[in-house]
Design a protein around this ligand. Structure first.
Ligand code: NAD
Length: 261
């Protein structure tokens, strides 16, 4: 019932965590705009699958979210199609692993643009609409890397620490309103973003896929298990839901114990 009349915009939702969130929202009756990179065929398949599994309406609008014009176009599209945006999930993100002295400058710029600057623009553009409607839920997908570091991930760790700071400021600036902004912080979830890193481990170590997965996740998660994507989606639905109105500026960690000290 809660989600039936709600409109959600989820960035990076053609794959992985964002796609799973879109599924859960559409199943719950929300209207959803999905976004991200995908071929025309892949987009049609995603739209068909989502439409058949859910009650809510779903639309796709692509674009490269490292570019302000594409961010503005996506916000405009959502407004035009649905007349409002109640829920924003800043989920699109990318990774590049390389020691800092060799880190390609263009990769640094892209990671900052996508993982940190894009969420700033989305909130800047959508918040006035939420204020006008007297309601808003914002989730910024951060990471365990919002708290701790790993070698080779200078840009990623910088953006994920940054987005936690950004989340806190947005939460403070909206604290008295019917608007929430929180950070969702996954540990390793087996999505294309992580699979790319596991393939690198396989090349370096000569391990086969299952053994490389075990080594990769076992090194960081005390649980020795990947976080199921459904755990992230569940936390997302809770934060977007009716009974999370006073969760403001929180960092919800779902990481198999990685950050236990
Ligand atoms: P993914 O690679 O499966 O999905 C990334 C999504 O972002 C895709 O839809 C892709 O098309 C989109 N995207 C990438 N570059 C884009 C660009 N320039 N413009 C527009 N869209 C773009 O990754 P995922 O693992 O589902 O990651 C989603 C979020 O979760 C990211 O912010 C990531 O940092 C975060 N996260 C993931 C993990 C993990 O273990 N998978 C852990 C912690 C945090």
């Amino acid at each position: 019932m809660w989600f039936n009349d709600k409109v959600a915009l989820i960035t990076g939702s053609t794959s992985g965590i964002g796609l799973s969130m879109a599924q859960a929202l559409v199943e719950s009756g929300a209207s959803v705009v999905i976004s991200g990179f995908a071929s025309e065929d892949e987009v049609q398949k995603i739209l068909k699958d989502l439409a058949s599994s859910g009650k809510g309406h779903v639309e796709f609008f692509g674009g490269d979210l490292t570019k302000l014009a594409d961010i503005e176009a996506l916000v405009h599209f959502t407004q035009e199609r649905f007349g409002r945006i109640d829920m924003l999930v800043n989920n699109a993100g990318m990774q590049h692993v390389c020691p800092i002295e060799d880190f390609p400058i263009d990769k640094w710029d892209k990671l900052i643009a996508l993982n940190l600057t894009a969420p700033f623009h989305f909130v800047r553009l959508i918040l006035p609409m939420m204020r006008k409607n007297g309601f808003g839920r914002i989730i910024n997908v951060a990471s365990t890397h919002g708290f701790i570091a790993s070698k080779g991930k200078s840009a990623y760790v910088a953006t994920k620490h940054g987005i936690i700071g950004l989340t806190k400021v947005i939460a403070l600036e909206t604290a008295t309103e019917n608007i929430t902004c929180n950070a969702l912080c996954p540990g390793f979830v087996l999505t294309p973003l992580v699979e790319a890193q596991i393939r690198e481990t396989m090349t370096e170590s000569g391990l086969h896929f299952d053994a490389a997965c075990e080594a990769f996740v076992g090194d960081k998660h005390p649980s020795k298990k990947f976080v199921p994507v459904s755990d992230i989606t569940g936390a997302c639905m809770y934060l977007l839901g009716e009974h999370a109105s006073q969760i403001k500026g929180a960092q919800i960690i779902v990481d198999g114990g990685w950050t236990i000290y």
